[in-house]
Write a protein that binds this ligand. Structure first.
Ligand code: PLP
Length: 391
């Protein structure tokens, strides 16, 4: 028997520096009287992130979505972009805002990333790029994607919102493709509350990206292109500098939690771990399982609902598929048979609580509950409370 948690447990908690450290940082910011537009904190954070991510060409933005949107614009893409339906809406919406047409490619059943084997069949005369996502920090098949892009003269952009600090065989994730986006949203491993960055191969893009994020203003009396406002301010950058100091310890804590989950789920038939990484370092962004209804005996949706009764709030992530958004129904039919794997996976994935402060006893309890729920037959009392009968 397990009782519900006294307090709700969510899938993540933002990494928050000590208030004393934030206060000291804020004093620095406000004393400087320089609150935004490439202030001292912004420059410091940019440098620290270049070092941490081992990527020389990095520009900061006020969120990951605008970073991606402006990155696509800077690359001057046109026509169609081959991408994945299994992602957060922002990936695809960044295409929309650039007038680019998403062409959805099916995903790989193990990594849940775009299936590189199916990309070439989707290339047309209108294709200008591949926009892939390192889902949960699982690296895409970067070498194969690179080959396809070279052969067909396409740009490659990665959404690495989940892959902060990920490396493939020792190579930083941002080294692959023409451009990579990172998100520093509060729910991401590293956060600036809201924020993001682009890293890129072609050093000459830096000037344009800095113009694009600041209205295209090149000088006091010079506006050279139609940009927008996407600047990271000094308060966000200052907090980011404090959060960055906490990332390594947070990763160590998450590593322990991940190890315990993996050990416990090895005992539960029908639960597959979606966040197993091979040949790469883990970004410890999410811990995601796939519920195999046949072997677990219950559906993902059922488990998601039942866990709420124990005060455990998991997330169907990602759900729904982006290709099912109502405004794409003219682009590709929603019953496109080529998306069969994505359709399966989207019904199975469930992100579980995963953050450094999560106690190992809580992880044990969550696993016990998932184990009990597999075995139980369910009855309800007259007050709609559950009675579990163990069979
Ligand atoms: C969080 C996220 C984004 C958006 O980043 P923001 O910083 O919130 O704008 C884009 N893509 C993926 C995969 C994400 O998880």
């Amino acid at each position: 028997m397990e009782t519900p948690f006294a307090e709700p447990i969510y899938i993540t908690r933002p990494l928050i520096p000590e208030l004393g450290n934030i206060n000291a940082k804020m004093k620095e910011v406000f004393d400087s009287k320089w609150l935004t537009n490439n202030g001292a904190q912004h420059e410091k954070l940019q440098n620290e992130l270049r070092k941490y991510l081992k990527l020389n060409h990095l520009v900061l933005f006020n969120n990951g979505t605008l970073a991606l949107l402006l990155g696509l614009k800077a690359l001057q893409l046109s026509g169609e972009v081959i991408t994945t339906p299994f992602t957060f809406p922002a990936t695809i919406q960044a295409l929309d805002w650039n007038g680019l047409i998403p062409v959805f490619c099916d995903i790989d059943k193990d990594t849940l990333n775009i299936d590189a084997n199916q990309i070439e069949a989707l290339i047309t005369e209108k294709t200008s790029a591949i926009l892939a996502v390192h889902v949960y920090g699982n690296p895409c098949n970067v070498n194969q994607i690179n080959k396809i892009a070279e052969k067909n003269n396409l740009k490659v952009i990665y959404d690495a919102a989940h892959a902060f600090g990920t490396e493939v065989d020792g190579i930083p994730i941002g080294e692959f493709g023409d451009m990579t986006m990172f998100s520093f949203h509060a729910t991401k491993l590293f956060n600036t509350i809201e924020g993001g960055a682009l890293t890129f191969k072609d050093a000459s893009l830096e000037k344009n990206l800095n113009l694009l994020k600041n209205f295209g203003i090149a000088g006091p009396e010079e506006v050279v292109l139609s940009g927008i406002n996407a600047k990271l301010n000094e308060v966000q950058a200052g907090i980011g500098l404090e959060v960055l100091k906490l990332v390594e310890e947070e990763k160590r804590k998450r590593e322990k939690i991940k190890g315990l989950y993996e050990k416990r789920f090895a005992e539960i038939e029908g639960i597959k771990i979606a966040t197993k990484f091979s040949g790469s370092s883990n970004s410890y962004q999410y811990f995601v399982i796939e519920v195999d209804q046949e072997n677990y005996g219950k559906s993902r949706d059922w488990l998601h609902e039942e866990l709420k009764k124990y005060n455990i709030f998991t997330r169907k992530y990602f759900y729904p598929l982006c290709s099912d958004f109502q405004w794409y129904q003219d682009v590709k039919p929603s019953n496109d048979p080529n998306l069969s794997q994505a359709r399966k996976s989207v019904q199975r994935v469930l992100a579980l609580p995963f953050y450094g402060e999560l106690q190992l006893e809580s992880v044990e309890k969550i696993c016990n509950i998932i184990k009990i729920l597999k075995r139980c037959k369910i009855n309800y009392t007259e007050h709609n409370e559950i009675i579990y009968k163990h069979g």
